[in-house]
Write a protein that binds this ligand. Structure first.
Ligand code: UGY
Ligand code: MN
Length: 249
């Protein structure tokens, strides 16, 4: 099945669909010879930052995380991440979570057109829980769990489900015809990037045809639903704030 009526960028108070048609590059001090698209951040109303970074052989990204945690996922290509005396190969599907307080990181030695997706958020410390150490892995090594008892819906949790982590990053794969079983409305917000396939996303009372290369921000309580279209699986990677909801004021 071929579907061509893909949606264009829409930015609303409660959500944004960013399809890349309006991207303008941003300069990040310490990052050179790369293209940085700030897809979602506080200026939009979000409580985190999501960036798409395109690198090549002369790119060099140097920085420190300070009060934020920094999640990096390689969408395509390859590059090398250096933190202190450790080196990590980033190839399609690799990811790294850098804790707050990481003094010096460097990303370089990238292949042409390497694409990295990043999620950054100010880390919320808990009194009795220590901050996790750097965490890394590859999506191929993470098992796909059946989501809400529907074998059409496969969920991969890239980060451990432990109180030390206040963000979750998951890859959600829908087999052809799969859809969320209900319209979700929840306090957590999302930043999402399509990795493959296509489908219809409901955001508030609006419906969009979305697919590979599109990004979505969903504010807390934005009603959301997704149904996959086409004859190949549909997958997106998404951020969610977790583990820090309090009833104390
Ligand atoms: O984890 C979630 O809230 C997820 N099911 N939301 C979504 O895919 N829009
Ligand atoms: Mn959700």
């Amino acid at each position: 099945m071929k579907l061509t009526a893909r949606s264009q960028t829409v930015v609303k108070q409660n959500y944004a669909l960013i399809t890349g048609d309006g991207f303008v590059n941003s300069v990040v001090p310490g990052w050179s010879n790369c293209v940085v698209n700030v897809v979602i951040n506080e200026a939009m109303g979000a409580d985190f930052c999501q960036q798409l970074v395109t690198l090549g052989p002369t790119s060099s990204l140097k920085g420190s995380t300070q009060v934020s945690e920094f999640f990096i996922y390689a969408i395509e290509g390859q590059a090398q991440l250096q933190v202190e005396d450790q080196s990590y190969a980033l190839k399609a599907g690799s990811y790294v979570w850098l804790p707050p307080g990481t003094a010096n990181y460097t990303i370089d030695s990238a292949a042409e057109n390497t694409q990295l997706l990043t999620f950054q958020k100010v880390y919320e410390e808990l009194e009795d829980i220590s901050i996790p150490a750097l965490y890394h892995g590859h999506a191929d090594d993470i098992q796909q769990d059946i989501y809400l008892e529907d074998p059409q819906l496969l969920m991969q949790n890239l980060l451990p489900y432990e109180l030390g982590f206040d963000m979750a990053v998951n890859i959600f794969t829908y087999l052809p015809g799969g859809n969320l079983p209900f319209v979700e409305t929840h306090v957590m917000e999302h930043g999402l990037t399509y990795l493959s396939g296509q489908g219809i996303y409901r955001l508030d009372d609006d419906w969009y045809h979305v697919g590979k290369g599109d990004h979505i921000w969903m504010a807390p309580y934005c009603p959301q639903w997704f149904g996959a279209l086409g004859d190949s699986p549909s997958a997106y990677i998404y951020y969610k704030n977790v583990n820090r909801f309090s009833i104390e004021q």
